[in-house]
Design a protein around this ligand. Structure first.
Ligand code: DOR
Length: 431
């Protein structure tokens, strides 16, 4: 990878240490100087204007579906990495529901190596918990750990068998790995299209009850208590799930959780027009749930915002609601949505989008770091006060199933620095 020499001028640096008006000089992948009004040397370095901008650690997504191998009509590692970089992400954890599944060294190494070739962000493949995500036989965790996999999940579905999940936690705990659960008791959600509630009854559609999530959240918290192994709960969507995690943390259990931008910004009412862009798993819930998930993010019950970026081709999303696949794009809009709906400061936003997820993903050696001399230069530069709307035709993602058309978003990524290289400059990918 070519490493640039860069100077970010005029920005306000935000990290765990607070907010400071500082220029940042980068060389050979590392922050080499920080100070007020540093002298630029345009012959030697590229000067990037960060006037009026927030400069902080690049975002880390715990939950990205890159679709490659196997579903490259929806997304590729190249297009997904571009979407990530434009969204301010310097690292993404690639979900395992590819075809073939990320359940063996060959597939995992393919994803990681392709991510390196593309070079726009750190692509970290997850491994599946069970072979083929079939919920029957455990994946060889130690073989995948030996090639650097830290997070294991069957995302797309939950591990239904409590005995198998217990063994998986014991095994992962011994190896120092993290299991992440998609909380859904499948026996309660067969054929479900949307949240089970008033709106769903009114539309006459089959419902996905909140309890189907909460039962598995409760089960896995108790398995965590039994085994002592950490568990991460993916895309929590209900008020009761947040309460259960809050109580588990108060008990000192090693439980972490994430919430998506869509579960803090949209409700089941969006399905009234039968538009499959709003179909997602877990489904959009009620306003009371939305508010509870927001509170959870603000008070620390939930540790991270994670996108669940789930591209699907237009023809699939144009099918009738009961046939269309669930999922929404997220990488390019996560910041704009989160900033719009979460009433908090920049330090907390970086905790939720960068530092927190970097810790959970086991990436805190290179991502979510303080903006200080000697630190790896994985950074995002944000226009904080820009109001904008998504142009679905202008997305870097290969798919366009964004639910945010027509919704005003706030704050936009101007530049992204990955490994010391400006991969996004003035909202354009710099290949
Ligand atoms: O809406 C979703 N889409 N939820 C999931 O858990 C999987 C994802 C996908 O892969 O499309």
């Amino acid at each position: 990878m070519t490493l640039d020499r860069l100077l970010l001028t005029g920005g306000t640096v935000v990290d765990g240490g607070g907010e400071r008006r500082l220029d940042v000089r980068i060389a050979d992948g590392v922050i080499v100087e920080i100070g007020v009004a540093l002298d630029a040397d345009p012959a030697l370095e590229r000067v990037l204007d960060a006037q009026g901008c927030i400069v902080g650690p690049g975002f880390v997504d715990l939950h990205t579906h890159l679709r490659e191998p196997g579903m490259t009509e929806a997304e590729t590692i190249a297009t997904g990495s571009a979407a990530a970089a434009l969204g301010g992400y310097t690292a993404v954890v690639a979900m395992p529901n590819t075809d073939p599944t990320q359940d063996c060294v060959e597939v995992v190494e393919f994803v990681r190596n392709r991510g390196r070739e593309v070079g726009l962000c750190d692509v970290r493949p997850s491994g599946s918990i069970t072979i083929g995500r079939a919920g029957v036989q455990l994946t060889p965790f130690s073989e995948l750990a030996a090639v650097g996999v830290h997070l294991f999940t069957d995302d797309g579905s939950g591990v239904q068998d409590a005995g198998l999940m217990r063994r998986a936690l014991e095994y992962a705990g011994e190896l120092g790995l993290l299991l992440a659960q998609h909380c859904e008791v499948a026996a309660m959600t067969h054929g479900a299209v949307m949240h089970e509630g008033d709106c769903c009854s009114h539309l006459g559609l089959p419902g996905w009850p909140a309890l189907a999530e909460e039962l598995m959240v409760h089960r896995d918290i108790e398995l965590c208590r039994l085994t002592g192994s950490p568990v991460h709960l993916l895309h929590l969507s209900t008020a009761r799930s947040v309460e259960l995690v809050r109580a588990a943390k108060a008990d000192g259990l090693p439980v972490t959780a994430e919430a998506t931008p869509h579960h803090i910004s949209l409700t089941d009412e969006a399905l009234r027009a039968f538009d499959a862009r709003f179909k997602v798993n877990p489904p959009l819930r009620t306003m009371a749930d939305v508010e509870a998930v927001r509170r959870g993010l603000l008070d620390g019950a939930i540790d991270a915002v994670a996108t669940d970026h789930a591209p699907h081709p237009a023809h699939a999303k144009e099918r009738p609601l009961d046939e269309a696949p669930p999922g929404m794009l997220g990488l390019e809009t996560a910041l704009g949505v989160t900033r719009k709906v979460l009433d908090t400061n920049w330090q907390k936003l970086f905790e939720l989008l960068s530092t927190g997820p970097a810790r959970i993903a086991g990436l805190a050696d290179a991502h979510g770091r303080p903006v200080e001399v000697g630190e790896p230069a994985n950074l995002v530069v944000i226009d904080p006060d820009v109001d904008w709307e998504v142009d679905p035709g202008g997305l870097a993602s290969l798919s366009n199933n964004t639910p945010y058309i027509g919704m005003g978003l706030r704050s936009r990524v101007r530049h992204t620095i990955f490994h010391g290289r400006a991969v996004v400059i003035d909202r354009e990918v710099n290949r």
